[in-house]
Write a protein that binds this ligand. Structure first.
Ligand code: GYE
Length: 364
């Protein structure tokens, strides 16, 4: 195993240095090993030696939603939530968080599940509009859900978008929907690129597994990663393909892409589920995940944190699914004050070998 070999090598090196009296610095100049088991940061890749970029600055001058349908202040609401899928722990955790918070606040919540199907989600939302809830939460599968969002507004229902955005030319922020509560997905992509640069020293031939085509996190996580690696000539995406945010697709697509791109040294997955599928595919190909192929992803699920602990996943940028408290607090604020910002950006942590273990118990 590489970790052991490196440790033994470091021990031998230390012994040799003691004998020759060389200073550590001089002896390590030109070494290809960086801290721990990592390659030394490449001089032409600033990302490889920079600190974690962290969260972006909160956007300035976000307008207030003033033209969306209003919500009467009440003690208890009839609300609905259109969930786009229930095929992974992230979605289940989000739905559970919405249900727990609704129950705690004594609101009546109806949930629909679109089974990862856009046509079904459009029908689901139309069905919910017909039930005339006080407020409607939607986790849109792709940005194309704007049309049905605008229909809800036309029916006088205030809509709150959760975890993904829609096309603003179709559904106008603060008019056709009240607000969108999301992470900064571009920044998540940048942080994933940073983690990849740390792990590889800034030299990587990358397979990118994209999320659901047309979804705002897939679009923006790609954009942020691309922008960040543009600083590093040694980091290159050799192929990029959608695996629809699922573990099964992540595995299937990676199996194929590892065959067509045997020179790949790294995988950037837009979510943990695809990364976990990719890790299975790497193993099945006879390679060692985390050693032969560096894997980086986004979410922070329990299985992903366990894979970080096992050294198979280098890092995962958090995208927290527990939207319940923020969603209902925002709805309440809108009811009481008549306005909230048209966009609310969440802040995310980053999990790697330094902190994954301490977060496993709280993960989903
Ligand atoms: O990363 C993924 C889920 O929209 C932020 O969707 C969300 C993403 C999340 O299916 O795992």
């Amino acid at each position: 195993m590489r970790v052991r070999t490196t440790a033994v090598f470091a021990g031998l090196l230390a012994a040799a240095l003691a004998v020759t009296g060389c200073s550590n610095d001089a002896a390590l100049t030109g070494s290809t090993e960086g801290p721990g088991d990592r390659p030394a940061p490449s001089a032409d890749c600033p990302l490889a030696s920079a600190p974690d970029p962290g969260n972006s600055e909160p956007p300035a001058d976000v307008p207030m939603a003033t033209a969306a349908p209003k919500l009467e202040p009440k003690d208890s609401y009839r609300v609905a939530f259109s969930q786009n899928a229930s095929n992974n722990p992230w979605r289940l955790a989000e739905t559970a968080s919405m249900q727990a918070e609704a129950e705690q606040l004594d609101h009546q919540l109806t949930v629909t599940d679109a089974n990862n199907n856009q046509a079904k989600q459009i029908q689901d939302v139309k069905g919910l509009i017909a039930q005339d809830p006080d407020a409607l939460f939607i986790a849109p599968i792709t940005e194309q859900l704007g049309g049905v969002v605008a229909e809800a507004a036309d029916a006088g229902i205030p809509v709150f978008l959760l975890d993904r955005d829609v096309d603003h030319s179709v559904a106008r922020p603060g008019e056709d929907y009240v607000t969108v509560i999301v992470s900064d997905f571009v920044q998540q992509g940048k942080r994933a690129a940073w983690a990849m640069a740390q792990a590889t020293g800034g030299n990587a031939k990358i397979i990118e597994l994209e999320g659901t085509t047309g979804s705002s996190p897939a679009i923006d996580r790609k954009k942020g990663f691309d922008e960040a690696i543009a600083q590093c000539p040694g980091m290159e995406i050799v192929v990029s393909q959608s695996a629809d945010f699922t573990r099964a697709e992540g595995q299937r697509v990676t199996e194929t892409l590892l065959q067509s791109h045997p020179d790949a040294t790294a995988i950037y997955a837009h979510n943990d589920e695809m990364a976990l599928g990719a890790i299975a595919a790497i193993r099945a190909s006879g390679r060692v995940p985390g050693t032969d192929i560096t894997v980086v992803s986004i979410d922070g699920s329990r299985d992903a944190l366990t894979a970080v602990e096992a050294g198979e996943l280098y890092a995962t940028v958090e995208s927290n699914p527990r939207f319940g408290p923020k969603a209902f607090e925002t709805m309440q604020q809108y009811a009481e004050q008549g306005q909230v910002p048209v966009q609310l950006i969440l802040s995310d942590r980053l999990f790697d070998a330094s902190n994954a273990a301490q977060h496993i118990a709280e993960a989903y």
